[in-house]
Design a protein around this ligand. Structure first.
Ligand code: PNS
Length: 173
C-alpha cells in the first residue's frame, strides 16, 4: 500500500483542473465552495483540451477566470500542458478537486481519479454540482449562444462579455 498523504484540510493545496472553454457559473460555484474548504486553490487551465480545439485562447480563458475569481484571495489561476499528474507533482499540490454534475460524469471521473492517484498518490475529491447547474456545460453554453439563445443565467457577466466580443470579432452580431 502506498504511504498515505496525511490530513487533507487545513494544509491542503487543491487543484481544480479543466478546459474552462468558457468558465460557467457551475465552475464558479465549485471554485467558491473549494475556496472555503481548502486554504489554497489553483484553478488550472489545460493548454490543449483533448476533445476539441478551444473556442477561447489560453490567455482568454485564464483572463476570464482571473476576473471571475478576483474576490477569492486564496484562489490563483494557472495553466498546464501534458499530464495533470505531472503538474500536480510540480506545484506540490495534495488534492485534485472536480465537480460532478450527473451520474454519467462519474464513470470517466472515477477512472481519471484512480489513474491520477496511481500516478501521484494524490486523491481526487468531488463536489456535487449545484442542482441549478447540473445541466450546464461549456459546450452547451457555446452551442446555445452561437444559435442566439440567452445564456446570461449560466455564465458570469465577464464571460458573457467575452462571448459577445468573440462573436463580433468573427463578424457576427
Ligand atoms: O473541463 P474538462 O475538459 O472536463 O477537463 C478535463 C481535464 C483537463 C481535467 C483532463 O482532460 C486532464 O486532466 N487533462 C490533462 C491530461 C491528463 O492528465 N490526462 C490523463 C487524465 S487521468
Amino acid at each position: 500500500m502506498p504511504p498515505l498523504n496525511g490530513a487533507a484540510a487545513p494544509q491542503s493545496h487543491a487543484i481544480y483542473p479543466g478546459s474552462f472553454d468558457p468558465p460557467t457559473n457551475g465552475h464558479l460555484d465549485v471554485i467558491a465552495r473549494a475556496a472555503v474548504i481548502f486554504p489554497t486553490v489553483t484553478v488550472a487551465v489545460v493548454v490543449n483540451p483533448q476533445k476539441r480545439s478551444p473556442h477561447f485562447t489560453l490567455d482568454e480563458r485564464e483572463e476570464m477566470l482571473r476576473r471571475c475569481t478576483s474576490e477569492f484571495p486564496n484562489v490563483r489561476v494557472d495553466h498546464f500542458r501534458g499530464l495533470l499528474a505531472d503538474y500536480v507533482k510540480r506545484i506540490d499540490a495534495n488534492v485534485i478537486v472536480k465537480g460532478l454534475r450527473v451520474v454519467s460524469d462519474f464513470e470517466n471521473e472515477m477512472a481519471a481519479a484512480h489513474m491520477n492517484r496511481s500516478l501521484t498518490n494524490v486523491d481526487t475529491m468531488f463536489l456535487m454540482s449545484d442542482s441549478n447547474y447540473s445541466f450546464v456545460s461549456s459546450s452547451l453554453i457555446k452551442e446555445v449562444f452561437l444559435q442566439g439563445g440567452d445564456i446570461s443565467r449560466y455564465v458570469p457577466d465577464v464571460v458573457l462579455e467575452y462571448m459577445h466580443q468573440k462573436r463580433s470579432a468573427h463578424g457576427r452580431k
